[in-house]
Design a protein around this ligand. Structure first.
Ligand code: NAD
Length: 480
């Protein structure tokens, strides 16, 4: 029954083992209600220490060669490989997802360390031919400076490593505030980096009352960049706070992904793949399929198939063998699911399975399928962030494209078809940062992950995720 000891990392020192100078809060296992430990809160003085450390850490890290940086990141990857079972257990116990999913997530953390460590060696500038004989014009990429980052609880490893690996690969220092609900995985990542020899002050990890921490850190001119993963309203709020010191921002915000299934698709495969993907992490995924649009001819068959997938899932404690879906993160999310379902019923939707909490220990909710859901139901407009799958029929491509694009979100979209022209027309027409055609694999270390419109802007993953932590300098030399 291992769970990480939660402390904050400031200037290379671990602080706040039994609660920070700013107090603390209990960390709850959402499957059992058990208290796992105490998450310390930073005081204002500790946040100032973190800012000073990040400033100092930036000077050290930007002057460390990319090769030396990569060695530290590779070292952290190897340490996490050795510790993968313990870290995955911490992840499952604090967040709830099945142990196998947690292990895959820690594997993604390891991959990200490796990919960004290597890619940091390939930060190329360019020489631009000059208009003046004998002059040399150079475009140079530099690390942007210390970074302030805040992330959500749904992927305690992935959300954290997307910030840390890009920042460290580019030569930036970082102060990160992971979620207070899931601090253990983040602390395990920080310990691996420290054990691999990361210099003091390069990575600082704090916890606290989110609004207090972000106001404090963002008011300071020390951090030159804000990177946030979370909801649209909080993203807008933080961007306003960052405006006073004109920090650059990356915003990874909410989504409401349409899945469009045409009648020429491999419907069995679509049901199986998107059904499994829908209920992964109990639907608490920003790119989770959340609006299923299915062409009329195959609609009844699809609804039936998706219902069977939902019914077949084993729900329970993620540490138990064979469990395929864990609890929601906390009790408060059960009420949100009920609000969505009551509204959908009032709008005439039909529940084909689920729609109830499971048991009275832990925050479990049954995998749920709703059919004939009208476009004006709340669930077709607001992100459900839970195990609810609303399905609606469509006639043709023009009608469905308009409906898929009707919201202000624009994170991920999915299309199922065997027709190349349809696939292209859809991927060209969809307003979203990522499109999966006949597959949902839109998140890898080497490809850009990010949204458009109110789902945010900027990418994490790929070379774009490194550029997010760089600034450009133009140097023109004459006479040397
Ligand atoms: P939220 O915005 O309320 O909270 C997200 C995180 O931000 C939490 O850790 C919270 O502690 C922190 N936070 C909240 N208020 C803050 C503040 N004022 N200052 C600093 N930090 C603050 O969102 P939530 O509902 O808890 O999380 C789920 C949301 O995150 C969903 O909308 C989901 O789509 C989004 N998300 C997006 C991505 C992405 O990459 N686009 C990934 C994961 C989650």
């Amino acid at each position: 029954m291992a769970y990480e000891t939660i402390e904050m990392l400031i200037d290379g020192a671990w602080r706040g083992k039994d609660g920070g100078d700013g107090g603390g809060e209990d960390i709850i296992n959402p499957a059992t209600g058990e208290v796992l430990g105490v998450c310390p809160h930073a005081s204002a003085a500790e946040l100032d220490m973190a800012l000073a450390a990040a400033e100092k850490g930036f000077e050290i890290w930007r002057n460390t060669s990319p090769l030396a940086r990569q060695k530290v990141m590779e070292g952290a990857a190897r340490i996490l490989e050795d510790r993968i079972d313990a870290v995955a257990e911490t992840l499952t116990r604090e967040q709830g997802k099945p142990f196998g999913e947690s292990k895959l997530e820690v594997g993604f953390v390891i991959d990200m360390f490796r990919w960004y460590g290597e890619e940091g060696k390939r930060v190329y500038g360019r020489i631009v031919p000059s208009r003046v004989p004998g002059a040399r014009q150079m475009v140079v990429r530099e690390p942007v400076g210390p970074v302030a980052a805040f992330v959500a609880w749904n992927f305690p490893g992935t959300n954290v490593i997307r910030k840390i690996s890009g920042a460290l690969g580019a030569g930036c220092s970082i102060i990160i505030k992971p979620s207070e609900e899931t601090p253990g995985t983040a602390v395990a990542i920080a310990r691996a980096l420290q054990d691999a020899g990361l210099p003091d002050g390069v990575l600082n990890m704090v916890f606290g009352v989110p609004d207090t921490v972000s106001r404090h850190l963002l008011a300071s001119p020390v951090c030159k960049k804000l990177s946030f993963t979370g909801s649209v309203p909080v993203g807008k709020h933080l961007q306003k706070l960052a405006a006073d010191t004109l920090k650059r921002c990356t915003m990874e915000l909410g989504g409401h992904a349409p899945v469009v299934v045409f009648d020429d698709a491999d419907v069995e495969k679509a049901v199986k793949t998107m059904g499994g993907f829908k209920f992964r992490n109990a639907g608490q995924v920003c790119i989770s399929p959340t609006r299923f649009f299915v062409q009329e001819k195959v609609y009844p068959h699809f609804v039936e198939g998706l219902t069977e997938v939902a019914k077949s899932l084993k729900v329970g404690n993620g540490m138990d063998k064979g469990v395929e879906m864990g609890p929601l993160i906390a009790e408060r999310r059960i009420e949100v699911m009920e609000t969505f379902l009551n509204d959908a019923r009032e709008h005439g939707a039909r529940i084909t399975t689920g729609a109830e909490r499971i048991g009275n220990v832990g925050s479990f909710f049954a995998p749920t399928v709703l059919s004939d859901v009208p476009d004006d139901a709340m669930i077709m407009n607001e992100e459900p962030f839970g195990p609810l799958a609303p399905v609606a029929p469509f006639k043709g491509i023009d009608d469905v494209l308009e409906r898929a694009n009707a919201l202000s979100f624009g994170l991920a979209s999915y299309v199922w078809t065997s027709n190349g022209a349809t696939a292209r027309a859809m991927s060209d027409g969809l307003n979203s940062g990522m499109v999966g055609v006949n597959n949902p694999a839109v998140s890898t270390p080497e490809t850009p992950f990010g949204g458009v419109n109110e789902s945010g802007y900027g990418s994490e993953g790929g070379i774009e995720g490194l550029e997010a932590y760089q600034r450009v300098k133009f140097v023109t030399e004459v006479g040397v």
